[in-house]
Design a protein around this ligand. Structure first.
Ligand SMILES: CC(C)[C@H](C(=O)O)[C@@H](O)C(=O)O
Ligand code: SF4
Length: 470
């Protein structure tokens, strides 16, 4: 009898080209995504050694991190960004790689673009010089971030040197309550395991609550696997996955489609397969979550209060959480719903997809952004933007007083002009809240799109479960 294998084991086995005695493997890479920040030195490395890109058709490049999100018919005000964008255009031209520039309708955050184009498919190995490549695991693909020297290695060889990780299962049973979303599930998981909890593991997410999620929600979950310490997250593909992929520009067609689906159906963990670590959660118990500190593990229910670090027995953790509170300018015992916000950011590869914008727009209805709050919506891609506009969501946002921007990473990491000012407090749908992430001395609270939209209207955090329907 063959050994029962996890989904991760299966994808690993299917891509293993070579295995050394010390456990170092060589994996074949099916898809390589490239953006402007982590690729320049990799291309330079190829150039210096006279090598070419081994399989240009398996590589797709897009500009996202530092593009301006304002009117792109105007000159880009940031010279460094201009240089980086020009380098990507030049590199992709020279090495024969498909490239979506800032004027291409398909341009957007790399992790939103890959799935949209059907470039991301189940069972594949997918890499990108970007930690949130874990997003693509939502399709049952083994997807993770790599460093710039590895980007060069993959460009040159279409393979990656890799040691096998351990298997972790995160089982989320039950049904999500109204107002609680995929974002709250993943924040709760990170709160439970901590930011180092997934270190050395590939996480497979399973259970009724995961199965019930749309592809958008599954991407939100897998996206933040990296914040839980894991390099990759996986969700077994099913009909929801196949429906999302069918008809996408780069998805297989006709007979190839049928064959692909047949193979994809085998991509699930076998009964009795071994997991090195198992975590279980019940979705029915989850509240809407807000982070209070400067780590994604600093989570609390919106109905809760800012925790008191003095309750933490371990000294270093206690000190670091006190420091986080100081940075965030918060006092223990403050009710989360009493915390006012200055800025709201709805976007990023975590929550910049159409479903996220529908949820936010529904919360807004015909209400207005609170006086003194500055709020923006940044579509994850040009296609998300077009879809939202076709549905009239942009109008809801603009009428309410939100800025409606061009696609890109934007204030998720503040590599362009979209930044918090020192001391500003932001309700953000992104994935990272460390010091300075959204701008020097900026303060970030991670939340779901519905919670961010409600905070924009109310001027402070609110329990979305009690939000009156528009
Ligand atoms: C710029 C890039 C390397 C980085 C990452 O790897 O994640 C960015 O996307 C981020 O979210 O911090
Ligand atoms: S949207 Fe944010 S997390 Fe995603 S790739 Fe861009 S900077 Fe990284």
């Amino acid at each position: 009898m063959t050994k029962a294998r996890t989904l991760y084991d299966k994808i690993w086995d299917d891509h293993l080209v070579d295995m050394q005695d010390d456990g170092t493997g060589l994996l074949y890479i099916d898809r390589h995504l490239v953006h402007e920040v982590t690729s320049p030195q990799a291309f330079e490395g190829l150039r210096m050694t006279g090598r070419t890109v081994r399989q240009p058709s398996k590589t797709l490049a897009v500009v996202d991190h530092n593009v301006p999100t304002t009117d792109r018919s105007l000159p880009n005000p940031d010279p460094q960004s201009v240089t980086q964008i020009e380098a990507l255009a030049e590199n992709t031209r020279e090495f024969g790689i498909e490239y979506y520039d800032a004027y291409d309708k398909r341009q957007g955050v790399v992790h939103i673009v890959g799935p949209e184009q059907g470039f991301t498919l189940p069972g594949m190995t997918i890499v990108c010089g970007d930690s949130h490549t874990s997003t693509h695991g939502a399709f049952g693909a083994l997807a993770h971030g790599i460093g710039t020297s590895e980007v060069e290695h993959v460009l040159a060889t279409q393979t990656l040197i890799q040691k096998k990780a351990k298997n972790m299962l995160v089982q989320v049973d039950g049904v999500l309550p109204e107002g609680v979303t995929a974002k709250d599930i993943i924040l709760a998981i990170i709160g439970e395991i901590g930011t180092a909890g997934g270190t050395g593991y590939v996480i497979e997410y399973a259970g009724e609550a995961i199965r019930s999620l749309s592809m958008e929600g599954r991407m939100t979950i897998c996206n933040m696997s990296i914040e839980g310490g894991a390099r990759a997250g996986l969700i077994a593909p099913d009909d929801t996955t196949f429906e999302y992929i069918e008809g996408r520009p780069k998805a297989p067609k006709g007979e190839a489609w049928d064959m692909a689906v047949e193979y994809w159906k085998s991509l699930h963990t076998d009964e009795g397969a071994h997991f090195d670590k198992v975590i279980t959660l019940n979705a029915a118990d989850l509240p809407p979550i807000v982070t209070w500190g400067s780590s994604p593990e600093d989570v609390i229910s919106v109905t809760g209060t800012v925790p008191n670090p003095d309750d933490i027995p371990e000294e270093n953790t206690r000190k670091s959480k006190w420091r986080a509170l100081e940075y965030m300018d918060l006092k223990p015992g403050t009710k989360m719903v009493d915390i006012p916000v200055d800025r709201v950011f709805i976007g990023s590869c975590t929550n910049g997809r159409i479903e996220d914008f529908r949820a936010a727009a529904e919360v807004i209805g015909d209400r207005k952004v609170h006086d003194g709050v500055s709020a923006m919506v940044v579509p994850g891609s040009g296609l998300v933007k077009a879809q939202a506009e076709a549905e009239g969501l942009d109008k809801i946002f603009k009428d309410a007083g939100f800025e409606w921007r061009e696609p890109g990473c934007s204030m998720c990491l503040a590599m362009n002009a979209d930044k918090l000012k020192p001391g500003e407090r932001c309700a953000s749908t992104s994935n990272r809240n460390f010091e300075g992430r959204q701008g020097f001395k900026g303060r970030t609270h991670l939340v779901s799109p519905a919670m961010a939209a409600a905070a924009a209207i109310a001027g402070h955090f609110v329990d979305i479960r009690e939000w009156p329907k528009a």
